[in-house]
Design a protein around this ligand. Structure first.
Ligand code: HSE
Length: 308
């Protein structure tokens, strides 16, 4: 049996604009590194994080909460885990930082336990980390982080994850260095929607899924509109409207807020367009005077992996 392992857990873009809590995809870059050792006693030991000072108490750490859920499923076994997470995905960025820690931890543990659990069980365990981070269980970062590609969460109670084909699309993503806590970004949402808005929203979700399955870039672009969440959350991101319009003018198929923000992503059909879009992203935030990090990457067909 392997006694130690290292995995890379990718960043993810949840919601995919119109699919709040039900759609998400994995990014090729950035990814967190998780090193884990198997212990012969029921204990979870988390190394201090020198950069973000994340909690080392397993009850307060998202990876700890996910691993505890996994241990609860095997109450009679004398096993535990010692882990170190090197964060490349900044917490509070909207690129699935907490999901990468939780999903990466349970996938690493599953390797050490000789693949005891199914991917659906791992998603269930990792959602305990999301609950700790945002107050609510949601799987639209966890599922693509574990499976890679694009995933549809048809339901979480009971869990029903549908893997969609990953079209060969390029991603430009900007992370303005302001923090938006997922719990806060959820708290401001309206709890009721108008039927006319819901109709537009589910038309777009269905159109997006059809566009992904048919690899129809124009249909994907036409469907990347959000009538429910973006109008509320975009006020948290300075320059959002200008940014979006300039990215679309540069040739992006479409895009919007990544997860609960503040990152913003755009999908493009070619690497050259994705670079042009990234240029607009830098230009808008430089002019506003907000520090930012930009990634030009693609949808990753792979989820948590054991090699780069
Ligand atoms: N679907 C979640 C939200 C993702 O938008 O709140 C959070 O990363």
């Amino acid at each position: 049996m392997n006694q130690s392992i290292k995995v890379w857990a990718p960043g993810t873009v949840a919601n995919m604009v119109c699919g709040f809590d039900v759609l998400g995809f994995a990014l090729a870059d950035p990814a967190d590194e998780i090193e884990m050792e198997l212990l012969q006693e029921r204990r979870i030991e988390i190394a201090p994080d020198p950069v973000y000072q994340l909690p080392t108490d397993p009850d307060k750490n998202v990876a700890g909460a996910a691993l505890q859920a996994l241990l609860d499923a095997i109450p009679d076994e004398q096993v535990g885990f010692r882990l170190r997470i090197t964060k490349h995905i900044k917490p509070g960025s909207g690129i699935g930082s907490s999901a990468a820690s939780s999903a990466g931890a349970v996938v690493a543990a599953n390797h050490l336990l000789q693949q005891r659990f199914s991917p659906d069980e791992l998603v269930q365990f990792a959602m305990h980390g999301e609950k700790l981070a945002s107050g609510v269980k949601h799987a639209d970062n966890i599922a693509p982080c574990i499976h890679g590609g694009i995933t549809l969460i048809r339901s979480i109670f009971p869990l029903d994850v549908v893997r969609l084909p990953a079209p060969d699309l390029h991603v430009s993503l900007v992370h303005p260095q302001i923090e938006v806590r997922t719990a806060d970004a959820r708290a401001i949402l309206k709890q009721h929607v108008l039927l006319k808005d819901a109709i537009k929203q589910w038309g777009n979700i269905a159109g997006l899924v059809a566009g992904i399955v048919q690899n129809d870039h124009a249909l994907i672009g036409r469907s990347l509109h959000d009538h429910l969440i973006e109008p509320v959350r975009s006020i948290l991101i300075p320059g959002y409207e200008e940014l979006k319009q300039r990215c679309l003018a540069a040739g992006a198929l479409g895009g919007g807020i990544s997860g609960s923000g503040p990152s913003v992503f755009m999908l493009s059909a070619s690497a050259a367009i994705a670079e042009a879009v990234a240029h607009e992203m830098r230009s808008v935030f430089s002019r506003i005077g907000i520090e930012h990090a930009v990634y030009v990457t693609h949808i990753s067909p792979a989820g948590v992996r054991t090699s780069i």
